[in-house]
Design a protein around this ligand. Structure first.
Ligand code: FAD
Ligand code: EPU
Length: 337
């Protein structure tokens, strides 16, 4: 185990915020995780488990041990006529795993192509895009209990998945390190192409037979056209979650803003936060080194030398103005540190 001191985390978070970790280590095995936890316990330091750093906002230097998860491995565990079960190490890069699944003709995660980050973080907020969430293909995960140092298994029910939520962000926050995730993928695909933009692209390429590869290609093209590439402009994807409001509140707002988009769900009407933020006048606004993205106002950006504190303060101003204008409270999706 190699523990480094006073390491800049700039290259380890997609916002590109330049803050330091007091201690930093890369964990490639469960033993590395245990040794690192014991080092932190001896020094009485908090720990941060880091994947690809694509859903965090660093607002300060971390007086902590940062443990970068690089537990690798992709293993087919079993299969039957319909499904294949594959256990994937938490430190595998999510998009690389999606590409491996597609190469093997394993279906179910093609709509989740090009989401940044690691496999281990994917259950944390039940990642989702273009009509699919990982809970639909999730079998179980193995996680190290940070207190007992035992490996425990969690099935989908135990994970309490919701929209960008799981038990690991709530009751069990900071108590487990996810070591591997087992997915149940289909041998015969069921294509999910309801999302308008996917349909448009597939329609354009009508001569091509629809496949999990063609859906993945369509998703990649849409994402590249809408979302800033963190290698060029720092960001963490959607900064806020899309809020759900009651039918009554929706009708009240619609009487004043007839164009308000809304999607019925079991809990009410889901409103695109991007629309609320654009209506509140923030789209494309730049404030020195940080700002609101010009194509996707749900994405806050760092143009280079921005500070996490500034991004946080901008996010609070956006929340306040959306609350004042529409009476809707936006909740951050990004984890503040
Ligand atoms: P990190 O940012 O490193 O960590 C996130 C949180 O999980 C932290 O609290 C961390 O401590 C914890 N954590 C990480 N790994 C572990 C582990 N092994 N065990 C325990 N805790 C852990 N998300 C979506 O859902 N859908 C999208 O379409 C989407 N698009 C995005 C587009 C862009 C351009 C960007 C930058 C982000 C996007 N995201 C999206 C958000 C992000 O990619 C996901 O949340 C991703 O799963 C984060 O993975 P990570 O490894 O980078 O996590
Ligand atoms: N919109 C505007 N103005 C804009 C852009 C969008 O008003 O400039 C409105 C439009 O009504 C549009 C709607 O927002 O139809 C939805 O926009 P988009 O399809 O870009 O998706 P989103 O709701 O902003 C969500 C997820 C993304 C995910 C996409 C695709 C959340 C918080 N975000 O974004 O996830 O990739 O759908 O499924 O649920 C992430 O979580 O980091 C993330 C990027």
């Amino acid at each position: 185990m190699n523990i480094q001191e006073n390491i800049s985390l700039q290259a380890f978070n997609t916002f590109g915020i330049n803050k330091n970790a007091r201690f930093f280590t890369v964990c490639k095995s469960i033993d590395d995780l245990k040794d690192s936890l014991s080092f932190a316990a001896k020094k009485n330091l908090p720990v941060l488990i880091l994947g690809g750093g694509s859903n965090i906002l660093l607002t300060k230097d971390l007086e902590a041990l940062v443990m970068k998860n690089e537990l690798k491995g992709i293993h087919k565990i079993k299969e039957d006529k319909e499904y294949v079960w594959v256990e994937v190490g938490a430190g595998e890069i999510w998009h690389d795993w999606v590409m491996t699944a597609i190469e093997n003709n394993w279906a179910g995660i093609e709509n989740l192509s090009l989401i940044p980050g690691t496999v281990g973080a994917s259950p944390m907020q039940n990642i989702g895009a273009y009509g699919v969430e990982i809970k639909e293909v999730f079998e179980e995960l193995k996680a190290l209990n940070r207190k007992t140092l035992e490996i425990e298994k969690f099935d989908a029910e135990a994970c309490q998945f919701g929209y960008r939520e799981s038990v690991f962000k709530n009751e069990l926050k900071d108590q487990y390190i996810i070591c591997s995730v087992t997915f149940r993928l289909r041998k015969n695909p069921i294509f999910k192409t309801e999302y308008g933009a996917i349909q448009e692209i597939l329609e354009k390429n009508k001569s091509q037979k629809i496949s999990i590869k063609s859906i993945s290609d369509a998703v990649i093209a849409i994402r590249k056209s809408k979302l800033p590439n963190p290698k060029e402009i720092g960001n963490a994807g959607s900064f806020f979650k899309n809020p759900t409001i009651s039918n009554k509140q929706y009708e009240r707002i619609r009487s004043e803003y007839p164009q308000i988009p809304g999607y019925p769900t079991e809990e009410g009407i889901k409103i695109p936060a991007a629309w609320l933020i654009e209506q509140a006048g923030w789209k494309g606004k730049r404030f020195g080194e940080i700002g609101v993205h010009e194509k996707q106002p749900l994405v806050l950006v760092n143009y280079g030398k921005g500070e996490g504190k500034e991004v946080k303060s901008l996010s609070e101003k956006i929340q306040k103005s959306v609350l004042e204008k529409f009476g809707i409270q936006l909740t951050p999706e990004v984890n503040f540190l």
